[in-house]
Write a protein that binds this ligand. Structure first.
Ligand code: PLP
Length: 380
């Protein structure tokens, strides 16, 4: 099981809360409980009711509720087809697998992302190559893509980090000029838009429903597409390559989501607009309070972009009174949860520097951002 620093913190927090409850007097060497954690998961009575209904129905694997989740999410983001899968990483893997990439084919992505983006490219058999990012939206800078496109490039895989879409107008032009398929890592960007076009509607959109994402099933994923034949291939791939039982059309896998999980997510869709509005209000309030502090750059939604504020991430500069790590420590000491997403460029680890499917290159903006970024609580 993958345990992120966040998971570990949340776990520590959960156990220390229990310890607190079982004693009349708190043990005073226990860690400071975050008064404001970096993420919270709160699921209401409607989730409990729907989950209980599924449990009692005895039909707990993929069924009608998964179908309902697919349809309602398609409606929410304005695409024709959504295919639910068991996590965001498999969403990316499946989206790449149906493109029939050959060994040596290349996928261009962001160097500043969660490692799942890179792992999915490797799993698909392709080779990863990196553009650089723009430090205003933390996403691929379209002007850095041309230099890494070559005859083996088949896919452009932008990441919509922190809940803000990449510059898809420009990236779309770059992709069509070079005849590249577009796979979007929209794991953090449910409902994010540029104008009235939503994340996941430029190419194949890959969403995560992991516990800490804006919408969650604990573990889960969704793939969006406007292409009926890709949707069809994704459904067959998800189900061991079968359309009919024991009739195999392709080498598939088990990427299915369960009704039990869909039941956790469905009621969240109803209130999602409200959740995003609250995140936006929190981001505005933080910006009002923090803008102008020496050495702190607050995050902004760029013109025309509807930001869903999965994370609120500041950049700490050299002229700040504390450096990034000092600030993290000080805030943690005050019970304010914060996180570093992400501490290094994604390829900057021994296992990738040596990897035959990873082309390591300098990404100066991403490296600099990785040293300076700090995410503060923005959740509702
Ligand atoms: C969470 C995340 C993923 C992977 O999703 P899982 O559901 O955890 O597999 C991929 N890319 C990014 C940017 C993410 O934040």
């Amino acid at each position: 099981m993958r345990l992120t620093a966040h998971d570990r913190r949340q776990r520590r927090w959960a156990t220390s809360t229990k310890r607190y409850r079982s004693h009349t007097v708190p043990v005073d060497h226990s860690p400071v409980l975050p008064a404001i954690p970096i993420t919270t998961v709160r699921l209401g009575a409607e989730v409990e009711k729907l989950v209980l209904g599924v449990l009692r129905s005895g039909m707990i694997a993929q069924g009608l509720l998964v179908k309902r989740l697919e349809d309602e999410f398609a409606e929410l983001i304005g695409v024709d087809h959504v295919v639910a899968v068991n996590n965001g990483t498999t969403a990316l893997i499946a989206a790449l697998q149906v493109l029939d990439l050959q060994p040596g084919d290349e996928v261009i992505t962001s160097p500043f992302t969660f490692v799942a983006t890179l792992n999915a490219i490797i799993e698909s058999g392709a080779t990863a190559r990196f553009a650089d990012i723009d430090d205003r939206d933390f996403n691929i800078d379209p002007s850095t893509v041309g230099a890494v496109v070559n005859d083996r490039t088949k896919v452009l895989l932008p990441v919509h980090l922190y809940g803000q879409c990449a510059d898809m107008d420009q990236l779309g032009d770059v992709a069509s000029a070079a005849n590249l398929a577009v796979v979007e890592d929209a794991a953090q960007a449910h409902g994010a838009r540029v104008g009235d076009k939503a994340a996941g509607s430029w190419g194949t959109g890959c969403f995560s429903l992991y516990a800490t994402k804006n919408l969650t099933t604990g573990e889960g994923g969704l793939i969006s597409t406007n292409d009926a034949s890709s949707a069809d291939r994704l459904r067959v791939l998800r189900n061991q390559g079968m359309r009919q039982r024991y009739v195999y059309e392709m080498a598939g896998n088990n990427y299915r989501l369960t009704d039990l999980q869909a039941a956790v997510c469905l009621p969240q869709l109803t209130g999602y607009g409200r959740q995003v509005a609250t995140r936006q209000a929190h981001a505005r309030r933080l910006n009002e309070g923090l803008r102008g502090l020496p050495g702190v750059r607050v995050p902004e939604a760029l013109p025309g972009r509807h930001h869903v504020w999965h994370q609120y991430t500041i950049l700490v500069g050299d002229d700040a009174r504390l450096d990034r790590d000092g600030l993290l420590e000080a805030l943690t000491g005050e019970g304010i949860g914060c996180g570093i997403y992400y501490p290094r460029t994604v390829f900057d680890y021994h296992c990738y520097r040596e990897h035959p499917q990873v082309v390591v290159a300098e990404a100066p903006v991403a490296s600099d951002v990785a040293r300076r970024c700090l995410s503060l609580p923005v959740h509702p």
